[in-house]
Design a protein around this ligand. Structure first.
Ligand code: GLN
Length: 315
């Protein structure tokens, strides 16, 4: 067993959950109107170890739209389909130091990395560009589903419609990239945005998101099904970028103080990967100034306080 005495581990995790629940700072994202309807009190936490032991707390079985938490999976799928070189011809791997939807490209006129909007839209453009949006979305949904343990993944159509109706900034990002000829030959910038919006609207609960994180922690093999879902090389690349770019313009601070690959999203989701040990997933819609779930930061800090999970803790 990777975590001995899992019941003890789960009860210490429950203490962390109770501690973080008291934290009511932060506010809901409202630039996508549908997200402002989330219950600010919602709080779910789940974990899955690389040998498939699971624990769940609070609203861990309530599905929520993934938003940016899905970006690592968009990137991993794009890389599986196109190869590392082709993907990185069109998207960098350097933290931007700017907000996730900032109108900015790197010195080579590429998005800085796949964990911000421009980079995720670019990766969406590289998912089977000649297929219909519906087929591309279901390819991604099936990929996410296999990483999450197999049950089908739904789309929140209300969130999709809401985001599509308030898309000016993301459309501007597409125009900026298009103006600089950043998109690969044969891709269609307009449908890329639609695939991206549908990806952001995919729903999972914490229980299943923790299995996705555990699949990444396990080198790409889903711990609950034993199926290889992602190439280990792709997992390595994905985790590297989650470590350096996964928490918006708090990524450097998070890498320093928590020291784990993670990805947050504006709906309040967060997945945290402890390589070779376990995955964690959290959902709490109140966000801090950088756009990260306040309770998510609290739980992350507590996790590395109580367990030797920081990747440099043992050196
Ligand atoms: N769908 C959101 C957007 O494009 C995702 C952003 C996020 O979660 N940071 O603005």
């Amino acid at each position: 067993l990777i975590i001995e005495r899992f019941d003890q581990f789960a009860s210490r995790l429950a203490n962390i959950f109770v501690y973080a629940r008291d934290c009511t700072r932060g506010s809901l994202a409202d630039y996508i109107p549908e997200l402002a309807k989330q219950d600010p009190e919602s709080f779910g936490l789940a974990t899955c170890s690389i040998d498939g032991q699971q624990a769940m707390l609070g609203d861990a079985r309530t599905a929520f739209c993934q938003q940016s938490v899905i970006k690592p999976m968009i990137y991993a799928l794009a890389m599986g389909l196109n190869g590392e070189n082709q993907v990185h011809r069109h998207v960098g791997r350097e933290p931007s130091g700017r907000r996730f939807n900032e109108l900015a490209l790197d010195p080579d006129n590429r998005p800085h990395n796949p964990m911000i909007n421009s980079g995720a839209i670019m990766c969406s453009a590289m998912i089977r560009p000649h297929w219909s949006v519906a087929d591309r979305t279901s390819l991604l949904a099936r990929f996410v589903s296999s990483a999450a343990g197999g049950e089908p993944v739904d789309i929140d159509e209300a969130v999709y419609a809401s985001e599509r109706a308030t898309a000016t900034r993301n459309q501007s990002l597409v125009k900026l990239m298009d103006e600089h000829d950043a998109f690969p030959e044969g891709s269609d910038p307009r449908t890329a945005l639609d695939v991206y919006f549908r990806a952001c609207s995919l729903t999972l609960d914490c229980r299943r998101l923790a299995v996705v994180a555990a699949t990444l922690a396990n080198g790409g093999v889903c711990p609950t099904t034993g199926h290889r879902v992602i190439d280990s090389r792709i997992v390595r690349n994905t985790l590297s970028l989650m470590l350096t770019c996964g928490m918006y313009d708090y990524s450097g601070e998070y890498a320093f103080s928590v020291g784990l690959p993670a990805k947050s999203g504006v709906s309040g989701g967060l997945m945290i990967v402890v390589p070779g040990v376990a995955g964690f997933a959290l959902w709490s819609p109140r966000l801090d100034r950088q756009g990260n779930p306040v309770r998510g930061i609290e739980v992350s800090r507590q996790l590395v306080e109580h367990f030797p999970f920081h990747i440099f803790a043992g050196v």
